[in-house]
Design a protein around this ligand. Sequence first.
Ligand code: ATP
Length: 260
Amino acid sequence: MSDYETVPAEVDDEEEIPTDHPRYTDLVTRHRIERGVEAGITHLQGMHAEGRGSAFDYLLGEETIESADDAERAAAAQLLLAERPVLSINGNVAALVPREMVELAAAVDADLEVNLFNRTPARIEAIADHLRAHGATEIKGLEADARIPALEHQRAKVDADGIYAADVVLVPLEDGDRAEALAAMGKTEIVIDLNPLSRSPQVADVPIVDNIVRAIPNVTAHAEDLLEAGLTTAELESIVAEFDAERALEAAERRIREGV
Ligand code: ATP
């Protein structure tokens, strides 16, 4: 019996999970989602989303594949080119990568907006508090004074000076209807989703098929590298233009289906 079989299904603290466990990332993400549900940040439905993501990540080899790294670089360039970039935060995103989202927003000068599928004032507040505890100073999505067209009332709510007015939106782990509605509004959309067949990455300009816990820090690292290299607008535009969304989705699907 390996030592790892003694890791309890439920741990009280993330620190208790051995860092050399072969499924370390999976155990950490599961633990964070459980904590998110307990703290009122994540909806119970978020557990199902996590389970689906975890299965795809297993098949991807739990690593950032080359096409995902290319997508993450293109996403960084796209965010740096944006006039009004907004990073959308739902309950799973807040539970998994709160500090990393704050750091990305700072690196590319974007706004953070809480945007929930199952929207309640208590969850919005809990997520805003959680983000503040991780360094956020300004958070949008609390007023929700505008609506995404062609979506049912609750799910359509956004801030007029946030997602509604944004030119580039990063929407991680987004539901397909909302991703389609945002694309129909003409937004340039960056989606992070471990399932390349899901509608959200399919409608994205830049689909990132990677676990959000790896993807966000890598987008930030690429943004910092691009800034340090002092690229011109034309050079950033050519990074975006060279990225092929369809090829990236095909590469991810091939890795999942055939392991190559
Ligand atoms: P859709 O409505 O887009 O067709 P869905 O109903 O399967 O798809 P949702 O439950 O709305 O999707 O969203 C969950 C999505 O997020 C799933 O596609 C899942 O693979 C993905 N996901 C879950 N956890 C992660 C994670 N940690 N990193 C990246 N993607 C994730």
